[in-house]
Design a protein around this ligand. Structure first.
Ligand SMILES: [Zn+2]
Length: 835
């Protein structure tokens, strides 16, 4: 799922703002998976001693009781509409919910205590039944732990017996969140509830991913609304003001996958397929057919996965809901996937191609989770890369099937996201020891580019090594060929942080590997080496494969006839490659005389951070790219652009055009005015218009933003508003993030990040988030991170992000020091004739 942290590379960027954007990036990742991790705050088990000399505490529920089935009744008392009438007393809105639940469980070890999770719920009275002897057990006491564990501890008069079948029934009451957590109210006239997970905030439960159980849910909601959940409606009953919707039992699943919504949304059906797919959204979005693209592509992707995995999706139905407010971009709840509107709604002629790419990618990722994550789930959050890496890798295959032109950018984005984060000393292995991932901060810290992007890249390398067919067979049968060898190789890549750079000398044939770090003066503390499957090709031979371990291969890499050698073909390996200068020159010559997208991909994936050869190679490559792509296009750009708009909308060229235009518009606003605004280019042009203008232009854009009901257009305008160079307007914009009527809760943090990315807004944003009022309003998540950030003795997600920001800044400074002269020289040479 959607994640991506962006750290500015400019030397001028001060640490403070890097820290902000790192926290922001982390917060955005955190948001994406808040649902899975929210409040998994495990502290020490209460019965164990807490001295500094004790071994690291185990902060997990005891395994003495294992849940099997829940029966839950939830009743939110919220009014979806309050109509004011003359002479009639209007009811007060209420954010209260209550309900009852019974959990059936089995005892695996005798115990007098029942531990489960319950967060900010009042719980009473308790009934514990023995189903083998048809008796009742006396509860002597119960208490909520007053710490981060969220434990509800219930003490019984006598022991529960091994293999005994019991149940616990209770009533609960809680408050609906205004901050998009657990069950919350979306600020939209069509009131909407969503409780994607944070199950312990809704009802007391065993809220850990491997404590799978069957859930049977009944929701009581106001007449005039309707409820959706993971399964279809089994029965409904109406009682004057209230409707009781009972859902079928779910399959055995993790509590974080439970979801329900209450809304007045309408649905669009997907084209006929084996599974009945419905896409739900605001009635006006359905009427305008903004759900049409998602409805079509979902059917296509689901069918692809069923064929690919040779395993049917678990239900006969699939609901997907476009929510006006949702803090993750999307959440893979089994059978009821929830999305932010922007991640699902697409408007032909208004939304950009990039937006379409985002929608396709997110849908492909969430659908992959219906197998990887929902059917097969990681045991604990230290292995979250298994969920996320597999879903990300599988989404490449699905995107290639549904929208082939999007795939290459998608893979390259992930490769570089992983390369960037994993080249820091502050990175971590894919798979961490469970004891290292216990606190909320440690769990949140695992939801990053390593788990998503590196996870996917390592799987891609493995699939390339064993062959895609064998890889798929291995997934299907969970018993791939040469299993031993595979797990042996994988260990190098999953239990060690970082990745290697391979250096090849084509004159002597020497080849060696080294832990790659951005900071070339840093010393890798662990002396890491990898077992590396290397693919390579030359201009006179086809594809070759060799292994590189500590000893290295034979003489494969000697260039006997002056041929070039290119390793890591199609960038399928998770490593960088460096060569001797002669080979670089041959490769660059090849690139210049016979360019192809694939070869660019290679060179891009390896080139940017090499050591001695870096300056020369960088200079030459910039030279080639400049000549090929930018300079050639500059004079004819508007004409070419107009021409290219007529071409098919869906190719890499459109992306390239977008990038070129953002460069050109920055310097030459003139070019931007020469053609009508194509949807793919709108965001760049809006941004430049606001940046070039003053109060009048900004207010015009603000007015448009407020009045627009189109998700795409609104998003482009929200970004553009952060582009102004007027600090007082940026200050005004920052203050709007405190008012959910102006900037929606889910957009508040990213709006501050956008402002922080504007050079004129960096200091403002940093000062803004440190103001006392900041934590009072709607920035709860960011605020929590800042509090932890201040108390940085704790090794939590914010702390790791801070360390990464510091390291990244040092690397940026070093990079500029080393490359400043080369780049400057190049610019002076290239611009000498322009006077
Ligand atoms: Zn995911």
């Amino acid at each position: 799922m959607p994640r991506k942290s962006t750290l500015s590379k400019g030397l001028a960027v001060a640490f403070a703002v890097l820290a902000v954007s790192a926290i922001g990036g982390m917060v955005s990742m955190m948001i994406v998976f808040k649902i899975q991790t929210s409040n998994l705050t495990m502290t020490e088990r209460p019965t164990e001693p807490t001295t500094t000399l004790a071994p690291p505490p185990v902060m997990r529920l005891p395994r003495s009781l294992i849940p099997e089935r829940y029966e839950i009744l939830v009743h939110p008392h919220f009014y979806s509409r309050i109509v004011e009438e003359v002479n009639v007393t209007t009811p007060n809105q209420t954010l209260f919910f209550n309900g009852s639940s019974t959990v059936y469980f089995r005892c695996h070890q005798p115990t007098k205590y029942i531990f489960l999770h319950s967060f900010e719920l009042s719980v009473s009275p308790l009934l514990v039944k023995d189903h083998d002897e048809n008796g009742q057990l006396k509860v002597t006491s119960y208490q909520h732990h007053d710490d981060e564990s969220d434990f509800l501890e219930i003490e019984l008069e006598e022991n529960l017996k091994t293999d005994g079948n019991y149940s616990l029934s209770l009533y609960f009451e809680g408050e609906i969140s205004e901050y998009l957590q657990a069950m919350y109210v979306s600020r939209y006239t069509e009131t909407n509830f969503d409780s994607p997970t944070s199950a312990r905030r809704l009802f007391p439960c065993f809220d850990e991913p491997d404590m799978k159980a069957v859930f049977q849910l009944t929701v009581i909601h106001r007449v005039g609304t309707f409820a959706l959940s993971n399964t279809l409606q089994q029965s409904k009953q109406i009682n004057t003001d209230w409707k009781y919707t009972k859902f079928f039992s779910t399959p055995k699943m993790s509590s974080y996958l439970l979801a329900f919504t209450i809304s007045e949304f309408l649905a669009m059906d997907s084209p006929k397929s084996r599974v009945n797919i419905k896409t739900y959204a605001r009635p006006e979005a359905i009427a305008a057919r903004h759900t049409q693209y998602a409805a079509g592509i979902t059917a296509k992707i689901l069918e692809f996965y069923e064929g690919h995995f040779e395993l049917q999706y678990g239900f006969q139905h699939l609901g997907q809901v476009a929510l006006p407010d949702l803090e993750p971009l999307a959440m893979e709840n089994w059978g009821l996937i929830t999305y932010q509107e922007g991640a699902l709604l697409y408007e032909e002629g208004v939304s950009s191609l990039l937006h379409k790419e985002v929608i396709t990618t997110i849908i492909a990722h969430e659908l992959a989770h219906q197998w990887f994550g929902n059917q097969v789930t990681m045991k604990w959050w230290n292995e979250v890369w298994l969920n996320e890496g597999f879903a990300t890798y599988m989404s490449y295959l699905a995107v290639n099937h549904a929208e082939p032109s999007f795939q290459i950018k998608l893979i390259m984005d992930d490769l570089h996201a992983a390369f960037e984060e994993d080249a820091l000393l502050t990175s971590h292995p894919l798979s961490a020891p469970p004891n290292d991932v216990q606190t909320t901060g440690e769990i949140l810290g695992m939801f990053n580019a390593i788990s998503y992007s590196k996870g996917a890249m390592v799987l891609r390398m493995l699939a390339n090594y064993v062959g895609e067919k064998a890889f798929d067979d291995g997934i299907r049968a969970r018993n791939g060929k040469s299993q031993y060898k595979v797990s042996n190789i994988m260990e190098y890549w999953t239990t060690q942080m970082g990745y290697p750079v391979i250096t090849i000398n084509t004159t002597s044939g020497a080849i060696y590997q080294k832990h790659f770090l951005y900071n070339s003066s840093a010393v890798s503390r662990y002396g890491l080496t990898w077992l590396i499957p290397i693919t390579f090709t030359t201009n006179i031979s086809g594809l070759n494969n060799v292994w590189l371990d500590k000893k290295g291969p034979g003489n494969e890499f000697i260039s006997k006839k002056g041929e070039w050698i290119l390793a890591n073909v199609n960038a399928t390996g998770y490593y960088r490659v460096n060569y001797n200068l002669e080979n670089w020159e041959r490769l660059l010559w090849q690139l210049e005389t016979n360019p192809s997208v694939k070869k660019y991909v290679h060179v891009f994936s390896t080139i940017f951070y090499h050591e001695k050869e870096r300056s020369v190679v960088m200079g030459s490559l910039v030279d080639i790219l400049w000549k090929r792509n930018i300079q050639d296009n500059l004079y004819f750009f508007p004409r070419r652009l107009q021409k290219s708009q007529r071409r098919a909308n869906s190719d890499v060229f459109s992306m390239f055009r977008y990038i070129c235009l953002s460069q050109l518009c920055t310097d030459e606003a003139f070019f931007c005015l020469l053609f009508s605004i194509h949807t793919n280019l709108r965001s760049v042009i809006y941004c430049q218009a606001v940046a070039a203008g003053g109060k009048k232009e900004w207010e015009f854009a603000w007015e448009k933003f407020q009045s627009s009901t189109d998700t795409s257009e609104k998003d482009q305008l929200r970004k553009a508003l952060s582009c102004t160079k007027q600090t007082w307007l940026l200050n005004r914009y920052l203050s709007y993030t405190l008012d959910p009527d102006k900037i929606r809760l889910m957009d508040a943090t990213s709006t501050i990040n956008l402002i922080a990315q504007n050079a004129a807004g960096q200091a403002l944003a940093w000062n803004f988030i440190r103001l006392p009022h900041f934590c009072v309003f709607n920035h709860i998540n960011l605020c929590l991170q800042l509090i932890r950030f201040k108390d940085n003795t704790e090794m939590n997600g914010a702390y790791r992000a801070t360390l990464q920001a510091i390291e990244q800044t040092q690397v940026n400074i070093q990079w500029v020091k080393e490359n400043h002269d080369t780049v400057l020289e190049w610019f002076e040479r290239e611009t000498a004739h322009l006077e």
